[in-house]
Design a protein around this ligand. Structure first.
Ligand SMILES: Nc1nc2c(ncn2[C@@H]2O[C@H](COP(=O)(O)OP(=O)(O)OP(=O)(O)O)[C@@H](O)[C@H]2O)c(=O)[nH]1
Ligand SMILES: [Mg+2]
Length: 279
């Protein structure tokens, strides 16, 4: 009798152990399934993150491509070179030397001259001689400034000391023009009439102009402050505040200086090499 009871207990214990073992198996299977599900979900999440990154990259790339296309088209379509400067500085003589390859005597221009100049390996540039007369120069400049790839500001290196105020005024107007600030054509200040014995050289002219532009900037800022407190004086301000005016501070607008004499075509070589880099 006793032996039978012990046997029953042993069997029960065995059955309990077996069923416990089955529970463990089921649990571990469940946790395995959980893990698999989690890893599937994780990989789905990673995939969707990658998808977002790839889409963002594609959108960024397309935006950049469109921007570059529009920018390049704008630059390529701008093939104009505007010759500006006071009356008698020599713009028309420079124009005839470049376009017609000869020196033609001219009178004060009241309208623009336009001609094409082929630049080796770079295509043609449209040269525009803008009259210097005060009454008409702004109108003609406005007509051509949008297409300007470069601006040549011509000055008479002999009469500069006498005309410095007028030269600086006109130069200031050109450099602070909103279209010029936006398109940033290359600027060359051409110190013409170097054949004159008393002509000043480009370095002296640069420092004289910087001093004059500095005075002019102070006058303009004071005038604007008097007119409107906190008005749009920013658009007239050239260079860095709290520092004397320097052409180098106009960057990214690049302003260079060169010397020339328009009577002989070979004395226009510095202008020609500048045109070659700009084209
Ligand atoms: N000695 C000398 N004379 C020059 C030089 N460049 C121009 N001239 C003379 O200066 C005078 C004026 O030249 P223009 O080319 O007509 O001047 P501009 O800048 O077109 O003047 P506007 O049409 O009034 O704006 C002419 O008699 C030219 O022959 C130069 O480099 N040296
Ligand atoms: Mg002229």
């Amino acid at each position: 009798m006793e032996t039978n009871e012990v046997d029953d207990e042993t069997i029960n214990e065995k059955q309990r152990l077996v069923s416990h073992g089955e529970d463990d198996d089921q649990e571990s299977e469940m946790s395995k399934k959980d893990e698999t599900l989690r890893s599937v979900l994780d990989s789905d999440e990673k995939m969707s993150q990658w998808g977002t990154i790839v889409i963002a990259l594609i959108v960024g790339f397309i935006t950049l491509a469109v921007f570059l296309f529009v920018w390049r088209r704008g630059r390529v379509s701008r093939r104009g070179i505007c010759l500006v400067g006071l009356c008698e500085s020599g713009k028309t003589l420079i124009f005839t030397q470049l376009v017609y390859k000869k020196a033609l005597e001219s009178f004060t221009s009241m309208k623009e001259n336009v001609g094409m100049l082929e630049i080796e390996n770079k295509g043609a540039l449209k040269i525009v001689d803008v009259p210097g007369h005060e009454r008409v120069r702004q109108r003609f400049f406005d007509n051509y400034k949008n297409t300007a790839r470069g601006i040549v500001f011509v000055l008479d290196s002999f009469t500069l000391t006498k005309d410095i105020r007028d030269v600086a005024e006109y130069l200031y107007t050109v450099l602070s023009d909103s279209v010029i600030s936006a398109n940033r054509p290359q600027i060359l200040i051409l110190c013409n009439k170097q054949d004159h014995a008393l002509a000043k050289g480009p370095q002296v002219i640069q420092s004289l102009l910087e001093k004059e532009m500095n005075l002019l900037r102070n006058t303009k800022t004071n005038q604007l402050e008097a007119i409107s407190e906190g008005g749009n004086q920013k658009s007239y301000f050239l260079g860095h505040e709290g520092k004397n005016f320097e052409f180098a501070d106009l960057l990214p607008l690049r302003v260079e200086f060169a010397a020339s004499s328009a009577q002989q075509v070979e004395d226009l070589n510095s202008l020609k090499s500048w045109l070659h880099t700009v084209a």
